[in-house]
Structures are given as C-alpha cells and as structure tokens.
Ligand binder design. Structure first.
Ligand SMILES: Cc1cc2nc3c(=O)[nH]c(=O)nc-3n(C[C@H](O)[C@H](O)[C@H](O)COP(=O)(O)OP(=O)(O)OC[C@H]3O[C@@H](n4cnc5c(N)ncnc54)[C@H](O)[C@@H]3O)c2cc1C
Length: 433
C-alpha cells in the first residue's frame, strides 16, 4: 500500500438494504466506511420489494414467536435480535422520519406506499455518517492475508482488501459482505460472493429459488390471470389425486393469486419450497377448496337457496354470490353442467358434483418458476460458520456476513428485510468496535 492509498476501517460490498444499514451504523459509530456497489444505483431489489410498496418488516414484537417463523434457523438468531429486533427496526425508521402502517398479517409498509421512502432513509443515514459510496464498481474478489507475504507471520486468518473488476484494490481493516442471494439477478444479486467465500473455505449451501410462484398445466387457471381469491384452502398431494388420504402432504389456507402461468400470492410463495421438494419425487397436484367457510352440508344448502332464488336464471349466471365473475365462469365450464340450463332444472346429482368441484378443484403443478421470478433464494452461507452475536465469520476475524447471503429459511411477510435490518445493524456495530 502506498502512503497515498486510503486504508478504510470497513469496506462493505453490496448496496442493498443489509449493506446500507450496516454502512450507516458503522459510520454512526465513527468508522471510516466505504460501500461498494456494482450497479449505477443503490437498492435496486429494495425498490421492487412488496410490489414497489416494500413490506419493510413484520410487526411481531415477541422475539420468540418471530423466530419461530424462521423454522430451525431461528435458534441462531436470538442474540442478534436481542441487540436490534423488530421494535428497534421500526423505531429506526420512525426516528428517520418514515411513517409506517400495519396491514394484514402484521405486514408493515411505509405510509407513502413507496419503497423509495425506505431507500431515502438508508441513503440519508449513510450521508449523515459520511459513508463513501462507490457505484458502478463490481468487486471481483476478496484478498486474504495469505496473498500478502509481509503479513505471513500473523496466524489469524484475515481479509486485507478487495479487488475490483479492472484491478483496483481497496485496502480495509474489515469487510462486510452484503451481496444478497440469487433471486431476480437483474437487480444485481447474482450470487457473486458465493464463489469468493467458497474459495476462502466457507461452506455454501447451493442457492435455489424460494418464495417463488408456480407454473401449472391447467389452461383454465391461466385464463384467470389477475384474479385474487382471499380465502382458499390448498391441499398438496404427491403422485395423483386417486390415492387415499395418506398421499396428502400438507394443507394451507389463505390468499391465492392466479397468474398467466399459474398460481402466486403469499400462501403459494410460502408453500413453494415444500412443493419444489415434492416435485423431485413425482407429480404434484393441488386440491383447491374455493369455499372453505362452507362444509359440504352447508354448501349444499347454500346452493339449494341460490338455485331457488334464481330459479329463472341460467346456471352460468348463478354463482356470482359465491365467487368473482371469472372464477364462477371457470367453475361453470369445469362442472360439465349445461351453462344455459335454468337453475331450477339442475339435478341433485349435478348439484352434488358441483359441490365436489368447488371443494376439491384439481390443479396440476408443472414446475416452480426460476430465480428470475423468486422473492429470495434458499441456501447461502452455512449458519454454523457465522457468530450471530457479531455477524462475524468464524473463519476470518475481520469478515462479516449479512442479509440475503445467509442460509436462513424465511416466509414472505417482511421477514427477509427484517433479517437485513437486524444482521446489518449488528454487523455495523461490531465491525466498528
Ligand atoms: C420481487 C421481490 C419482492 C420482495 N418483496 C419483499 C418484501 O416486501 N418484504 C421483504 O421483507 N422482502 C422482500 N423481498 C426480499 C428482499 O428484497 C431481500 O431480502 C433484500 O433485498 C435482501 O437485501 P440484501 O441487502 O441482503 O441484498 P440485495 O438487496 O440483493 O443487495 C445486494 C447488492 O449487492 C450488489 N452486488 C452483488 N454482487 C456484487 C459485486 N460483485 N460487487 C459489488 N456489488 C455487488 C448488488 O448489485 C445489490 O445491489 C423481495 C424480493 C423480491 C425479488
């Protein structure tokens, strides 16, 4: 290093939410911080989060309950969340002038309904601490102490610098890697750091798309693109519907969204990992109960009433009270009942078949969509190799790992960004010490 070259206290790779909050926090504590981002702008994935509205976190303030949502991985996160939890994150945004609102399932959004408000907070936090931001600067590798002959006597494994594409070296005392996972790679999250980390000895669980919509074989589903049903029960079957109940793998209830290729919406996204696993073993079929609030007997009564009240109407115009128009039309077509028949001519057998259809409409899964459509990737840095009290690598004493890069299982609903706030803030704090 020549005398003119800057030695940074902390270099952060990745200008997403985890990197930005880490940078702001470390700078707030007095560290000389540089944030290196390969894109021309910061927070590209953050801006598309929550459909551009950004579900910034989930207002579950009971840490134990919150961590249950991360399944087995929650056990790693107690000490991290005890330092900067959900309430701290919410207060952080409020203290920086961003008002929030809580929607269904505790999902918190900025009152502006714009992800830009979240990005503005993070940028102003970094500005306050005088973080130097380098844009258009892809990192090509990290340099470990073994690469430096003058430091060979130091037994501790350390990172000494970062090499940018083009050859420029950034010298730094500590490095925070916040390069994200592999979902929506067009935002910049192309999983670059996994190769660097593997090279220096970290175990990486191969990333695969997670929280991802599914594509289906049934054309009627695709015709309903854009329709949302707020309350549907989905039963997942492996290897066909003809098998007995033992073939049923799991059941969930919630909102589904029809797309031009299949199904999406929070419940489907949250089921996608398990569906992906089942697809490795055979055909996966979904049985949709379109009207879970009625059992068979109640639905029978309800339909009898509907057909009685609409006795002069055609069958095709009779189901509007139960379902949105295009869903009702699809059910009419699938029912095999003459759409033109008037309601009082519908037979008992036809009515009972219609009930079966409404309670167990069959959808054949084709595949999960790819990383370009996934919210997150599952996989990443093995959690045993990270000290969650500090977010420091257990292999390199001056390397910190934050955000989507970690192999943390999580549902949709603000939990991914919460991981960014918590791990980023904690890494910023400890790297600055
Ligand atoms: C469509 C969509 C909607 C989502 N909605 C929500 C939501 O509402 N709520 C929620 O909690 N989560 C949501 N998520 C997930 C959330 O966006 C991510 O969890 C979060 O962005 C991860 O932040 P990160 O900082 O770890 O990584 P990223 O946001 O992926 O940022 C990583 C940054 O590193 C940069 N980078 C990568 N490689 C290099 C390199 N070699 N050199 C320099 N820079 C590099 C990238 O360009 C990128 O800017 C959504 C994701 C998607 C795709």
């Amino acid at each position: 290093m020549t005398p003119k070259e800057t030695l940074w206290d902390i270099a952060i790779i990745g200008g997403g939410p985890a990197g930005m909050i880490a940078a702001g926090r470390a700078a707030e504590l007095g560290a000389k911080v540089i944030l290196i981002e390969k894109n021309a702008t910061l927070g590209n994935k953050l801006l598309i989060s929550g459909g551009g509205r950004c579900n910034v976190l989930n207002a579950e303030f009971d840490t134990r309950k919150l961590l249950e949502r991360f399944k087995g991985d929650g056990k790693y996160l107690f000490s991290t969340f005890s330092q900067f939890g959900v309430r701290d994150s919410l207060e952080f945004f409020h203290a920086h002038g961003m008002e929030t609102k809580i929607e269904n399932e505790n999902r918190v959004f900025p009152v502006s309904d714009k992800s830009q408000s979240v990005l503005d907070v993070l940028i102003s936090y970094m500005k306050k601490g005088a973080v130097t931001v380098m844009l258009d600067s892809p990192v090509s590798e990290i340099i470990t102490i073994d690469d430096k002959s003058d430091s060979i006597d130091n037994k501790e494994k350390k990172i000494t610098g970062i090499k940018l594409k083009g050859g420029k070296i950034i010298n730094t005392k500590s490095v925070i890697i916040a390069t994200g996972g592999t979902s929506h790679p067009e935002t910049g999250s192309t999983g670059d750091a996994y190769a660097w980390l593997k090279k220096i000895g970290h175990a990486i669980v191969t990333p695969t798309p997670s929280l991802v919509p599914i594509s289906v074989k049934d054309s009627w589903v695709k015709k309903l693109s854009g329709i949302t049903l707020p309350d549907v029960k989905v039963k997942v079957l492996l290897d066909g519907v003809k098998q007995d109940i033992a073939a049923s793998r799991f059941t969930k209830k919630g909102k589904i969204l029809f797309t031009h290729v299949g199904l999406s919406g929070p419940m489907i996204l949250n089921m996608s990992k398990e569906i992906g696993e089942l697809l490795r073993y055979g055909d996966v079929t979904l049985l949709l109960d379109l009207l879970p609030k009625y059992d068979h007997a109640n639905l029978n009564l309800k339909l009898q009433n509907i057909f009685k009240e609409n006795d002069k109407k055609k069958f095709k115009n009779s189901l509007g009270e139960l379902l949105p128009a295009s869903m009702a039309q699809a059910v009419v077509e699938l029912s095999g009942i003459d759409p033109e028949i008037i309601c009082n001519a519908i037979s008992r057998e036809e009515r009972l078949n219609l009930i079966s259809l409404l309670k167990t409409i069959i959808v054949h899964v084709d595949k999960l969509l790819g990383a370009d459509k996934a919210i997150i990737s599952s996989g990443g840095v093995a959690l045993d190799e990270v000290d969650f009290k500090t977010m420091r690598s257990r292999l390199f004493s001056n390397l910190y790992l934050v955000g989507d890069i970690l192999n943390i299982d999580r549902p949709s609903g603000g939990f991914s960004l919460q991981i960014c706030w918590t791990t980023g803030y904690v890494a910023g704090t400890h790297s600055a010490k």
